[in-house]
Write a protein that binds this ligand. Sequence first.
Ligand code: C5P
Length: 236
Amino acid sequence: MPKAVIVALDFPNKQETLAFLNQFTEEKLFVKVGMELFYSEGPAIIREIKSRGHHIFLDLKLHDIPNTVEKAMSVLATLEVDMVNVHAAGTIDMMAAALKGLTNQAAKQSKKRPLIIAVTQLTSTDEARMQKDLLISSSLEETVKVYAQNAKTAGLDGVVCSPHEVQMIHEVCGADFLTVTPGIRFLDNDKDDQVRVTTPEKAKQLGSDFIVVGRPITKAKDPVLAYKNCQQAFLK
Ligand code: C5P
């Protein structure tokens, strides 16, 4: 799949989601549906968004025993989304099981398998917290690197990471290993609750394959213009 801007649909319900999407009369977007929207509206919201021709990253970050994740992924594959994810902390076996569930279900339906990526460490977890609460004694950078390698070993397509980790991840996992990077802000935006932010131009320069952009587009005065500017900056 070519590089793309993924718009985070962090809305609480269908009504607000469709009001946002209705502004895009021509563009086919790549959107991210997270836990809040999916848990409130269920699979119907996926079908609704797909019927409008948009691509979907279903961001549910699965983490459970391998057998449970494999079965859950078989169900998600029936929704025919374009991208899903898991926590790398679930182990290589769990990630491989997730991939197996997706692959088998997609083959059964003669459909393309959704891309599957791993979350390494959440950006809300800093090194001190990771070492103290999770008892991981390595540095954050080393942990992100090894978790990305584990995802690659399990056969996954890529990871969610900071734009600043893209180069290191491409070095250890290969240029084809996808990097999906949130924490994007335009120069004139507030940082909101993001700590380290990157512009779309900088993310492109650092080699991000997909950028995930929420509030700079969803809360813009003119979301369509903000999306077009973002796309232009990231893809030009
Ligand atoms: O509004 P904003 O651009 O900050 O939204 C970023 C999106 O990316 C949100 O849906 C957020 O949950 C997600 N995300 C993130 N940082 C991560 C992983 C996901 O901001 N490390």
